[in-house]
Every structure is written in structure tokens, then in C-alpha cells.
Design a protein around this ligand. Sequence first.
Ligand SMILES: [Zn+2]
Length: 153
Amino acid sequence: MIQTPEMDRIQHEMQPGVITQDGFLGTDHRSLQEILDHDDATVRRLNLTHKAIAARMCELRDEGEKGLGETISVPPNFDIRVDSVRGKLPCPFLGGTIVQKLNTSLRNTRLGREVTYTDLNIHMIEEHGFYEGYGSLFRMAPEELVEILEVER
Ligand SMILES: [Zn+2]
């Protein structure tokens, strides 16, 4: 799909130093539309939806929050810690959404693999199908996220 002027504006919001110090695009030089199309194709190929992935992220965050900042074991094989950081962040997609800064660090002990995501990641995946650009600090390839979080298909 060709990138619209609105997408250009959103892509500008994602640059380093606009909303967050590091921005959302990492070292990715593709257009935002290309990034979205590529991850959307991956999720379709996995027979999943962005909403289903985001729902699983929420579910595991909610379980992890019961640890009140300490790591807790969540069945069947997760260690999860949820850290609340002071402050809030606006979504770069210009919808006026503001999200609390909450970091979920999750280790899948069966796979020995870890992932860290924020509430803003959950929102951007759920509403915009955005997983961040290549090389971004919080970039999560959808196929990895699906494996590590054991998203049911
Ligand atoms: Zn948004």
C-alpha cells in the first residue's frame, strides 16, 4: 500500500526524541506503511489476529501484576515481572490515546526465551498492528511473540 500523508505525520512522531528518546523505528528505513503491511502479512500467515496477540499480552501482564513488582511464576511455564514506571506516554498514531508506563518482563522457562513489552506496545498491536521497526528497543517480531507467549491458534 502507498503511504498516505497521515502516515507520514505518524512516522514523524515515531522519530527519536519526539515521544520517546529512542523512538519506535530503530534502524528501519522502510516506510511505516511497509512495516505495517509486512507484520500484518506475518500475522495472517500464522492464522492469528493482532487483537488475539494483544489479548494474550494483557492476560499475562494481568497475571504478572499479582507479583506486585516481584517475579512470579505463572502456569504453565512463565516467570513474569511487571514494573510500573512513573509517567504516561501518548500513542504515536495521533488518536489521542495516552497509556500508563508499565513494563512486563516475561520469561518462557520451557523455551528459555524472554520478551519485555510495555502497555503502549499492547495498545499499538491491538489498535494499529504495529510491532515497531527493526532494531527498535521494544521491537517484537510477531512470530516470536506468538511462540514465547504461547498464543493459542
Ligand atoms: Zn493508538
